[in-house]
Design a protein around this ligand. Structure first.
Ligand SMILES: NC(=O)c1ccc[n+]([C@@H]2O[C@H](COP(=O)([O-])OP(=O)(O)OC[C@H]3O[C@@H](n4cnc5c(N)ncnc54)[C@H](OP(=O)(O)O)[C@@H]3O)[C@@H](O)[C@H]2O)c1
Length: 358
């Protein structure tokens, strides 16, 4: 069977299986892509935990009761019934955890295309774009792997920092980050330092990750979840990447009126998420990158947000060389092991996982 799907049970995302199916017969205008290398981090686990609530299972429909976790990575064309797209062309974008994906390209340009598959039409536009990879790009090279791992995360970092700056940091002088060791939080701290330098940035993390967060030098101070009083007495805003109900309750109790605003960005502590994203306390709002991109497209024009984010990435990327190591996982067993490691929160924060079916 030529196509392999790595599926997770929608009611228990620790349960996985693989399924095989035949190549589909391509319809008019359709293209078959074969997945190469892709990144995996807590972000992909959040796609799974919010699969029903935020529609992530709808991108790549699977058999009843099972879901395909979306990943970001590179793929090449193996069959095309679409003018302008030839076998061998390579695209970076949003793929199912499968060896192959059929797309129906629209708006084909020298830069890429948009998947016009009917079942994706109502889902956020940022996930539908596939970027053509230049011919001289090194397949499986460091730059491509960094792109697979970081692009969705760092653009969120840039967007979240931009959102906070746009709102004058809600008149706070201190910004506290939960899951400060996550890549998206680290990137946000980096961007905030650059665009709103006067803010004091306090990273909140597990005791085991305090030293790591300090070593990156992106935060002014790093505090462990079990030492909240070390946050200090000044009013602050909270950027929440963890979604841990008990941590959020404890912060609210500790800070009272000094907690000026909570901005929910992520939910890395998915097993401890006792609060619903849709039933948030007063003063809490959700930051969702696709929505912010739509706003910035209106403010700045259609391409400017991405261009500015990419320019910021060029400054950020070299700073990760001192602390980040990429780890490769190949084959179904490698994918399963990496998925279970990241799901269980047992992955080290200084490691970036790059996977391939092989
Ligand atoms: N809103 C948006 O548009 C948007 C876009 C992109 C990403 N995000 C979100 O940002 C969050 C961070 O994603 P990432 O890919 O940057 O994360 P990551 O680098 O993989 O984060 C790793 C860190 O997350 C915490 N963690 C991960 N799994 C855990 C578990 N099972 N139990 C407890 N802690 C766990 C630990 O941090 P600590 O010890 O420091 O807690 C760990 O060091 C995700 O929830 C993601 O969905 C949101």
């Amino acid at each position: 069977m030529p196509i392999t799907d790595f599926l997770v049970a929608r009611d228990d995302i620790a349960r996985t299986k693989t399924a095989a199916r035949e190549f589909p017969v391509l319809g008019d205008g359709e293209v078959l892509l074969e997945l190469e290398r892709f990144g995996l981090s807590a972000n992909n686990i959040t796609y799974a935990t919010l699969g029903d609530a935020m529609g992530y299972w709808r991108f790549f429909p699977a058999e009843e009761g099972w879901g395909s976790v979306p990943v970001w990575g590179h793929a090449h064309v193996v069959g095309s019934h679409c003018a302008g797209i030839e076998p061998g062309m390579r695209y970076f974008g949003y793929y199912p955890l499968s060896t192959h994906l059929v797309v129906k390209p629209e708006r084909v340009t020298p830069n890429g295309f948009v998947d016009g598959a009917a079942h994706r039409a109502e889902l956020p536009a940022v996930y539908q774009r596939y970027m053509l990879v230049p011919e001289d790009s090194e397949v499986g090279g460091n730059a491509e792997d960094q792109q697979s791992l970081w692009r969705p995360l760092f653009l969120t970092s840039f967007g979240a920092a931009d959102f906070i700056e746009e709102n004058g940091a809600f008149e706070a002088g201190v910004v506290v980050f939960t899951s400060a060791s996550s890549k998206t939080a680290l990137g946000t701290a980096f961007c905030l330092n650059r665009i709103a330098g006067a803010l004091e940035l306090v990273g909140l993390t597990s005791a085991a990750n305090v030293e790591f967060c300090e070593s990156t030098d992106y935060y002014d101070r790093v505090v462990s979840y079990d030492d909240l009083s070390a946050i200090g007495e000044k009013p602050f805003i909270l950027i929440d990447f963890a979604g841990n109900g008990a941590v959020l309750d404890a912060i609210e109790e500790f800070a009272g009126d000094r907690l000026l605003r909570t901005i929910i960005v992520g939910g890395t502590h998915w097993e401890d998420r006792e609060r619903s994203l849709t039933a948030m306390s007063a003063g809490t709002e959700l930051f969702f990158l696709p929505t912010w991109i739509v706003k910035r497209s209106e403010d700045w024009g259609p391409t400017s947000f991405m261009e500015r984010g990419e320019a910021e990435w060029e400054v950020f990327a070299p700073t990760t060389e001192t602390w980040l190591t990429l780890e490769e996982h190949t084959g179904l067993e490698g994918i399963e092991n990496a998925y279970q490691l990241v799901l269980a929160g047992e992955s080290r924060p200084d490691v970036g996982h790059i996977l391939e079916f092989g």
